[in-house]
Design a protein around this ligand. Sequence first.
Ligand code: 4AD
Ligand code: MG
Length: 461
Amino acid sequence: MDVTVKGWVRTFRNNQFIALNDGSTNNNLQIVVDFENTDPALLKRITTGAALSVSGRLVASLGKGQSVDVKATHIEILGDSDPEKYPLQPKKHSLEFLREIAHLRFRTNTFGAIFRVRNTLSFAIHTFFQERGFVYLHTPIITASDAEGAGETFHVTNFDLANPPKTETGEIDFKQDFFGRATNLTVSGQLEGELGAMALSDIYTFGPTFRAENSNTTRHLAEFWMIEPEMAFYDLKDNADLAEELLKYVIRYALDKNKDDIEFLSQRLLDEEKQKPQQDRSELNLLEKLQFCLENDFERLTYTEAIEILKESTPNKKKKFQYLIEGWGTDLQSEHERYLVEKHFKKPVILTDYPKEIKSFYMRQNDDGKTVAAMDILFPGIGEIVGGSQREERLDKLEQRMDEIGIPKDELWWYLDTRRYGGCPHAGFGLGFERLVLFVTGMGNIRDVIPFPRFPKNAEF
Ligand code: 4AD
Ligand code: MG
């Protein structure tokens, strides 16, 4: 069979064998060049990184490692790549270095695999919800609210920053700004999502989310993607069931669709872990870890029960935690979440019913007067992957909580209206998409699972 193939040169050996890759898989296509009958000037231009179009005959391969070769009859250089200057040499580069050349890192096996898996996961998410009749709702990116109330928003303005208009009392006069008020990039589409759910019943959002939290960690980005389903007539248990089902569905989907890539990433992780001391290595390899997650029910317990476990835990007693668990009421740090998941239960955990003081205003208040119907899902190696709750549908309780925390009710009049007109029990959650991709790819840093990461002091590309 005669074929024409196009792609980029990974390597060119002995003036004879081109490993060509077009990004559809990590398996390169071997091109066999009849170098004795090829112009030496052309041969010289077949360099790592160059883009080629090759016509030739598809034949059974004589070599090991591939089943077919293309015997080239015609080679066209579509784009040269200077081998002296090309930053991506055919050798092992560190992930840190590759982050600096993120415009080229797609061309490595590791990042090819990661971004194919990322693509599959996002398709799987839509498939999951579409199969269940959820409506994909596009919530605004520019908003005037701070849904989580954490004050981590990025301002949106078109003022001349050197000279913004001022009020008589000397404050910046946002009335004169583009939207006639102070606005910011959204930290969550939830509040608008709830409005949709109060008519469409089941909705989900899947969009970019922005947080100006100055956390330079391996699990935080300033721009990340979040999936936020919101369901009318769901309580906390329904919510947890849906989240567990979703996570298992998309992991299974990726395992089916991207087996080769996940196997490759699993091997990558094994190689990386060989550098670590034995006790720091994972007990399960990536494939086993994903499989394990599919085959076991997530452990469900309350915050109060978790605090008891943590208080009695060895790292707490031996003061090994950076933040010691003193008693009920403190927020859990990632080290505590990971202890519960990785050491104590050794499986994903759904923690519910947190103290109201450490959770957002919209969560439904429990009868004990102390806790709210919150739910966080904790994953091995990640910590929190999902955060959600049943929502406070009772107008009086919601208003009272907003007053206590100091959230202006007049600004959220539209949110409160849904409690005035046919409000009903409802619930939802947010799944951090990059944290999901981290888990499924076994990567260690969230900056490596989004094409162009945004984090403090970095917005290159
Ligand atoms: O727990 P969070 O803050 O919850 C919400 O925003 C709710 N409005 C969700 C809802 O109920 N509809 O964020 C949800 C998830 C976290 O569990 C985490 O996976 C991810 O979003 N996340 C981040 N991912 C990357 N970088 C960050 N800075 C993140 N902050 C949260
Ligand atoms: Mg959270």
